[in-house]
Ligand binder design. Structure first.
Ligand SMILES: [Cu+2]
Length: 238
C-alpha cells in the first residue's frame, strides 16, 4: 500500500478463513481493542486511519499466537511518502521475512518459529527470487529502495554491493541526504523486526550489483538479489 502524508486509508478485512484473524497497521494511531480486534471466521471489519507520519510501516495479523500468523505470511508494508521526497527513476519495495517450513501444503512450523531456526529468509516472500530473476535497471538511473523488515525473529543489514547510498531514511528521518556538506554516505541499513526505511543510489557502470542481507548466514540462505545494469562482465566480482 502506498500513499502520502495526509492520506486516509480505509481497509476492509474479511475473514474467509477458519480461525480468528486481525490487522495491526503500524502506520496508525488507533485503539488496539477496537480496530485491531480479532475477528471470527465470516466476520469483517473496516479499519480506517489517517497517515500522519512518513516512512515504511509494517502491518500484520495480531491474532493468537501472533508469531504463527506472522510466520505464515500475514504481514505487509505501507509506504507513506514524506513531503518533498526527491524524484527518482525507479522505485522498489523489499520486505524481508523468514521461512519456517512445515509439511508440504501445510502451515509453517510453530516450533521452529519459537526456536528461531528458520529454513531461510526472503525478500518479498520467495527464496532468492531476485537471484533467479534479477531486476534490470538503466545505467545512471536514480533508484529508491524501500526496505521493511517483517521477519518475526531476524534482523536485517541491508547492503548493495558496488554502490554507496548518498541518501537514506530510517525510522522517521534522513540519515545522510544528497549533497550534505560532510560528503556523508551510507553502506548498510540496519533494521530490527518491523523497522523500515529507504535508500537512494545510482548504478553507473555495467555490472551485476547484488543486494543482500549482510548478515552472512542469511545472505547464504535467501537474503540476496541482483540489479543488472547493461551487459555485465562475465567474470570476477560477487
Ligand atoms: Cu491471522
Amino acid at each position: 500500500m502506498h500513499g502520502k502524508v495526509g492520506d486516509t486509508f480505509r481497509v476492509t478485512l474479511i475473514n474467509d478463513g477458519t480461525m480468528n484473524h486481525s490487522i495491526d497497521f503500524h502506520a496508525s494511531k488507533v485503539s488496539p481493542q477496537v480496530q485491531m480486534r480479532q475477528i471470527k471466521p465470516h466476520e469483517s471489519l473496516v479499519y480506517e486511519f489517517k497517515a500522519n507520519y512518513a516512512g515504511i510501516w509494517t502491518y500484520h495479523c495480531g491474532a493468537d499466537p501472533m508469531i504463527h500468523h506472522m510466520g505464515n505470511g500475514m504481514f505487509g508494508a505501507v509506504v507513506i511518502d514524506p513531503p518533498g521526497l526527491d524524484k527518482v527513476d525507479k522505485e522498489f519495495v523489499f520486505v524481508q521475512s523468514e521461512l519456517y517450513l512445515g509439511p508440504n501444503g501445510k502451515e509453517g512450523d510453530l516450533k521452529k518459529m519459537m526456536a528461531g531456526t528458520n529454513d531461510g529468509v526472503a525478500f518479498n516472500g520467495y527464496y532468492n527470487q531476485y537471484v533467479y530473476s534479477p531486476i534490470k535497471v538503466a545505467p545512471h538511473s536514480r533508484i529508491r529502495v524501500w526496505v521493511d523488515n517483517a521477519a518475526i525473529n531476524e534482523d536485517l543489514a541491508f547492503h548493495t554491493v558496488g554502490t554507496i547510498w548518498d541518501t537514506a531514511w530510517k525510522e522517521g528521518s534522513y540519515v545522510p541526504r544528497k549533497d550534505n556538506p560532510d560528503h556523508g554516505g551510507m553502506q548498510t541499513l540496519d533494521l530490527q523486526p518491523t523497522q523500515g526505511g529507504f535508500v537512494e543510489f545510482t548504478l553507473d557502470d555495467p555490472g551485476a550489483y547484488t543486494f543482500v542481507n549482510h548478515k552472512m548466514r542469511d545472505l547464504s540462505r535467501g537474503g540476496a538479489g541482483q540489479f543488472i545494469v547493461g551487459n555485465p562482465p562475465t567474470t570476477g566480482g560477487h
